[in-house]
Design a protein around this ligand. Sequence first.
Ligand code: FES
Length: 105
Amino acid sequence: MGEWVEVATVGECPPGTLLEAVVGESIVVVANVDGEFYALDGICAHQGGPLASGDLAGCTLTCPWHGWQYDIRTGRQLLSESICQTVYRARESGGTIQIEIPAPS
Ligand code: FES
């Protein structure tokens, strides 16, 4: 079981938007899809683009640098099944967005 940390208020990430947060030692992109929160490794697997500066359309996150697209729910790159961003658990609690830092394995 990991540790849940607050990264923002709900108001800072309205539906259809992205937010960058630092969670532990990682940069994470947080997405609000119709009131559900999702979080992935915020650094694109291609060449390190900042995913929080990308576009969110439904559950599809598009990297701002060269257009790689990911499913925000699963972290999977849409054209290559073998490429997958780390997924973080996200939740709303008391008006804040919380992300789980995974327990060390
Ligand atoms: S760095 Fe994200 S698509 Fe190239």
